[in-house]
Design a protein around this ligand. Structure first.
Ligand SMILES: C[S@@+](CC[C@H](N)C(=O)[O-])C[C@H]1O[C@@H](n2cnc3c(N)ncnc32)[C@H](O)[C@@H]1O
Length: 216
């Protein structure tokens, strides 16, 4: 670690989060409504959404693929960072989540920029054309991350972005006593990302930590 590195404390993190672009009234209300509808509160954090927006805008991304829609929070956040003819294809396995997200997207400011694809990531991803996306965001079942990565390496154009959530395994990454399936899968995935010559990335410590990588 370089001498100028600062170890992030909770206070530092709060300082950073307080200076990220605010999520705004629509997304704040979406989360409350989702919670009232019994949808789990597991969307990305506002500061992560803000950073993903910076990345997508600076990459000039137009087409984005997401696995894991939930209530539509990240899909709407990403769509807002795309040009007017940009589009997010988001995949959701749960009909309840897909119904809720579609209703929210329809009344959002990016209604025409998002399509919810219903089904399992492993079934829907193979239907997407090669090099048809500028960026992908993986945020669904962790045990399939390695398979999703293979699909993304086909779907995302060379030089495109691959972002993957929960690199810190819900806070359990370094707790060796935790051997739950998802946590073990994330540890293996992190090692794969670090070693795979087809991607070049880094884990960014926002939210639960997420990979930001480019397809080489
Ligand atoms: C962490 S949430 C996604 C949060 C969302 N990206 C956000 O930040 O607003 C994970 C979602 O993935 C969905 N999911 C789980 N397994 C899936 C699968 N095999 N294929 C597609 N979606 C899946 C879950 O139903 C859930 O809605």
């Amino acid at each position: 670690m370089s001498q100028t590195s600062t170890r992030l404390s909770e206070a530092h993190y709060g300082y950073i989060a307080a200076r990220a672009r605010a999520e705004g009234a629509f997304l704040s209300e979406l989360k409350k409504e989702a919670s009232r509808a019994g949808i789990p509160s597991i969307a990305i954090s506002p500061e992560q959404a803000a950073f993903m927006g910076v990345l997508l805008r600076s990459a000039g991304a137009k087409d984005v693929v997401e696995v894991g829609t939930l209530a539509g929070y990240s899909a709407i956040s990403m769509a807002r960072a795309l040009p007017t003819d940009g589009h997010v294809r988001t995949i959701e396995f749960s009909a309840t989540h897909a119904d809720f997200a579609e209703a929210q997207i329809a009344r959002s400011d990016v209604a025409g920029k998002i399509t919810v694809h219903r089904g399992a990531g492993l079934d829907v991803l193979p239907t997407f054309e090669a090099e048809s996306a500028d960026a992908a965001f993986l945020d669904a079942d962790k045990v399939n991350y390695t398979h999703y990565l293979e699909h993304c390496l086909r779907i995302v154009r060379p030089g495109g972005l691959i972002m993957v959530d929960n690199a810190m395994a819900f806070g359990h990454l370094l707790d060796e006593e935790n051997q739950t399936e998802s946590v073990v899968a994330i540890r293996a995935f992190n090692d794969q990302m670090a070693a795979d010559p087809r991607v070049e990335g880094v884990i960014v410590p926002l939210g639960d930590g997420f990979w930001v990588a480019t397809k080489v």
